[in-house]
Design a protein around this ligand. Structure first.
Ligand SMILES: *[C@@H]1O[C@H](CO)[C@@H](O)[C@H](O)[C@H]1NC(C)=O
Ligand SMILES: *[C@@H]1O[C@H](CO)[C@@H](O)[C@H](O)[C@H]1NC(C)=O
Ligand SMILES: *[C@@H]1O[C@H](CO)[C@@H](O)[C@H](O)[C@H]1NC(C)=O
Ligand SMILES: *[C@@H]1O[C@H](CO)[C@@H](O)[C@H](O)[C@H]1NC(C)=O
Length: 791
């Protein structure tokens, strides 16, 4: 089949002229293209189409081709699948039907499926390539391997390629890789060094398909062409801010096993948006074709980017995501994923040119529209007294519109009060007739609009660059690591942040609007109201809340989500009653992971909670500085306090750190806290105490064997925990048992054994501390979820 195809090629070569410009990185001869993962989704959707276009464009050139689709399935199964995919490739509009049929037929003949599983398979592939070359008496130009497989397979495949697929002649080897390239700095570094054992940096082409988008690829040339206009205004004196957005309307259903480990920051911000940011802000290279210079200038931007702190980011998650995660990952209803599906991040570049210019990077799933763009908004210092619509009063901006959106096509828009673009690039044209749309606050007629003469898919574009050996549009190792260096610290600091839940689509309204104040950003609206009937119908009705008795006192039981809702509602009821009666609500809260879902619920759903009249006390605290993640107060702050409007003088962390040391008896921290309680809480009786219970039945920080009698009448004591950090400060039974209401929350299958034990044992606080909870005049209620109760 190889032979016929070559004959055809020869005929075609004779027909066409060969006026095409050829890059020196390209040499004449035969090129073998191997798509590993050749029957996968990406290959089906974009890659074969891209290689077909490459083939069509090179038909008149000095290269011949063979194409291999590689996969794990045996040849007899893979072959028909591949041919179905190949039959679906299409020609551009300017190719006649007849010619298209001929081209497709040739392409099909040049392509074959190969099983590529073992090293031997790779060796056989190469044997095949070399035999054909010899039989045809052809010189070899190069071998292109496109790895369209999960990243964990890269290192092994690269190793196979290095050990058996390297061309022996002067032919080139190019290996193309798709993201993800790691999920943080460390893993990216490990992957890079594994690949580095098998491939040279210049042989690797890491794809960021955004760099193949025509408008993105045009950013540097546009800046260069309009230097005269842009130089004076491309700086902090004139730029108000830069916005880089990728909004999507789709959800991630069906992709959760991948997505839940990555989230939007790793999926979009770390790569696509960061690349666009560097293209917009890097120093223009003297030579636009020099990959080295472009890389150097990009790296320079990374080195002047200020670290992005936690207060420079907000995250969100579309509402249906939790349920999708529970279903696709086979998790129970108490599984909570904090993976963000929306993020807005504020970056600053610390150099004289851009110092203080806010750069917003924003992306999300399930938003109101699908659009990608970068906008440079310039300051407008003209004040219009009367005609606010005069052109010089309107926003001055340049919009790099990557695609979709209301405009529907890729374009670069320059507002008419800036300058008129003068592109000499024949691949771009000015659009003068357009439908009447608004783009980012201006009617389209207020812009000069330029668009590519011929729309091209990003992958086709990049495939032609790989073939030509142009490295500009690919991510070098240094570039990759620099980007992870920027994002990794932010990702770690966001790891335990609760995303704002948004309903999705147009219903998001102004829920995700961002407020930039100083060097920080926040959501513009303080509160989020999501009613139960918007919850996607998964909760409420199906599961009843059950009342019963546990250890002879009241018990509420339900699936965890319901249970948490019920407890939150009970706390609010207690708060309202206390405020009504005493004008104040004293609430003592525990640390640990069980109550986090409760705090989340209180923060996001209880808007009429009387927080302004609430005092929050700690049930117990670990003897670590408050700034540490292990601190109960730290966690309470992150999950609840910072999200509600509670006066800070109503917040009472335990004084575990005094005189620059932690929980030293002589410093009297416990006594101090006790005094504060006595002074502010009538009769030292908290209105509500929330407790949990550990596997060893400890509650608060009262552990088995702690000899609770020794605490006597004290309300606060220092104790020792069997697990680290050992030292604790805790409310004693004296304090707990004076409370008006005490709730013990127990959740999860892991607690089932404990609950069974506890249902049998007699009160013995030394051995089973939680059995010491017996409010003298108040009420104790157990909140136990079905998993813990039934197992
Ligand atoms: C490829 O494999 C050879 C051994 O076959 C090894 O010497 C070489 O360092 C490897 N890596 C590269 C980048 O060539
Ligand atoms: C620009 O860079 C390209 C690629 O490195 C090189 O071929 C070309 O000669 C350079 N042009 C100038 C004017 O230096
Ligand atoms: C889901 O979890 C249940 C219970 O743990 C198990 O029996 C079932 O096999 C799991 N299903 C899948 C698809 O993992
Ligand atoms: C303190 O509590 C007692 C007993 O419940 C009550 O009689 C008294 O009015 C309370 N004092 C204040 C200041 O609320």
């Amino acid at each position: 089949m190889f032979v016929t195809a070559l004959l055809l090629l020869v005929t075609l070569c004779a027909q066409g002229g060969s006026g095409e410009k050829r890059d020196e990185a390209q040499r004449p001869g035969h090129v073998s293209v191997v798509i590993v993962g050749g029957t996968g989704d990406l290959a089906k959707k974009y890659l074969w189409q891209g290689f077909f276009e490459l083939y069509v464009n090179q038909v008149k050139g000095a290269n011949t081709f063979s194409f291999y689709g590689g996969g794990l399935t045996p040849t007899d199964k893979g072959t028909p699948v591949l041919f179905e995919i190949l039959k679906a490739v299409s020609c551009s509009k300017d190719v006649s039907k007849e010619r298209c049929a001929v081209l497709k037929d040739q392409f099909l003949r040049l392509s074959q499926y190969r099983q590529l599983k073992t090293l031997e398979d790779y060796q056989n592939l190469v044997k095949n390539i070399e035999q054909e070359l010899q039989q045809e008496g052809m010189t070899e130009a190069g071998r292109l391997f496109y790895l369209s497989v999960p990243a964990f397979a890269y290192a092994d495949i690269a190793d196979n390629i290095n050990s058996s697929c390297r061309p022996t002649s002067r032919a080139w080897l190019r290996v193309v890789l798709e993201k993800p390239f790691g999920h943080d700095f460390r893993s990216a570094q490990v992957l890079a060094s594994q690949l580095g054992n098998s491939l040279k940096d210049e042989e690797m082409y890491r794809i960021d398909h955004y760099l193949g988008k025509q408008v993105v690829a045009k950013i540097l040339p546009f800046r260069e062409e309009h230097k005269k206009f842009l130089d004076p205004i491309w700086n902090k004196q004139h730029i108000e801010r830069v916005e880089i957005l990728l909004k999507e309307t789709l959800d991630v259903k069906g992709r959760i096993p991948f997505y839940d480990q990555y989230g939007v920051v790793r999926d979009v911000l770390q790569n696509h948006l960061t690349e666009v940011m560097t293209l917009l802000t890097m120093r223009l290279p003297l030579n636009l074709s020099s990959s080295e210079e472009i890389l150097q200038n990009k790296l320079q931007i990374f080195s002047s980017l200020l670290p992005v702190g936690k207060n420079q980011a907000v995250v969100g998650q579309y509402q249906a995501y939790q349920t999708e995660v529970q279903q696709e990952l086979n998790k129970t209803k108490d599984h909570v994923s904090l993976t963000p599906t929306f993020a807005a991040v504020l970056a600053y570049i610390d150099d004289v040119q851009y110092e203080g210019v806010p750069i917003l990077l924003i992306s999300g799933k399930m938003l109101d529209e699908r659009v990608g763009y970068a906008r440079i908004l310039f300051k407008n210092d003209v004040f219009c007294l009367q005609n606010h619509n005069s052109v010089h009063c309107k926003p001055k901006q340049i919009v790099f519109h990557f695609g979709h959106g209301r405009l529907q096509y890729p374009a670069i828009l320059v507002s008419k009060n800036l300058f008129k673009p003068v592109s000499k690039d024949s691949e771009w044209k000015e659009v003068t007739e357009h439908a009447d749309v608004d783009v980012l606050g201006l009617p389209i007629s207020d812009y000069y609009v330029q668009t590519p003469t011929k729309p091209r898919e990003a992958y086709s574009e990049l495939i032609s660059h790989i073939f030509a050996g142009h490295k500009n549009s690919f991510i070098s190792t240094e570039n990759l690591l620099a980007s992870w260096g920027l994002w990794t610290p932010l990702l770690s600091s966001l790891a335990s942040s609760f995303p704002r839940i948004y309903p999705g689509g147009a219903d998001n309204g102004d829920l995700l609007d961002i407020h930039v104040k100083g060097r920080e950003i926040s959501y513009n609206s303080e509160v989020v109201i999501i009613n139960n009937d918007q919850m996607g119908g998964t909760s409420a009705n199906g599961f009843q809340v059950m009342q019963g008795k546990f250890r002879s006192v009241e018990m509420v039981s339900a699936w965890s989500e319901e249970l948490v809702n019920r407890l939150a509602a009970d706390i609010q009821e207690a708060a309202e009653a206390a405020v009504h009666k005493d004008g104040v609500f004293h609430l003592a809260l525990s640390g640990g992971s069980s109550p986090l879902a409760l705090y989340f619920r209180l923060a996001l759903h209880h808007f009429s909670f009387p927080w302004r009249k609430t005092h929050v006390w700690m049930v117990d605290e670990r003897c670590v500085p408050m700034t540490e993640l292990e601190s109960n107060f730290h966690s309470l702050h992150d999950h609840l306090l910072q999200h509600v409007r509670i006066p800070y003088y109503n917040i009472h962390p335990m004084p575990v750190q005094l005189n620059q040391r932690l929980c030293v008896e002589e410093d009297g921290g416990a006594l101090m806290y006790e005094k504060e309680v006595s002074k502010l809480v009538n009769g030292s009786s908290f209105h509500f105490v929330l407790l949990g219970v550990g596997y060893d039945s400890h509650t608060a920080s009262l552990f088995p064997g702690n000899k609770v009698d020794e605490h006597g009448e004290s309300l606060v004591a220092l104790t020792e925990s069997p697990i680290k950090p050992h030292q604790r400060m805790t409310l004693t039974f004296s304090a707990i048992n004076r409370a008006h209401k005490v709730a013990v929350l127990v959740m999860g299958k892991g607690k089932h054994e404990l609950i069974t034990q506890l249902s049998r044992v007699k009160d013995n606080p030394d051995k089973w501390p939680v059995t010491g909870v017996k409010p003298t005049n108040g009420k104790l209620v157990w909140y136990i979820d079905y998993n813990a109760l039934i197992g």
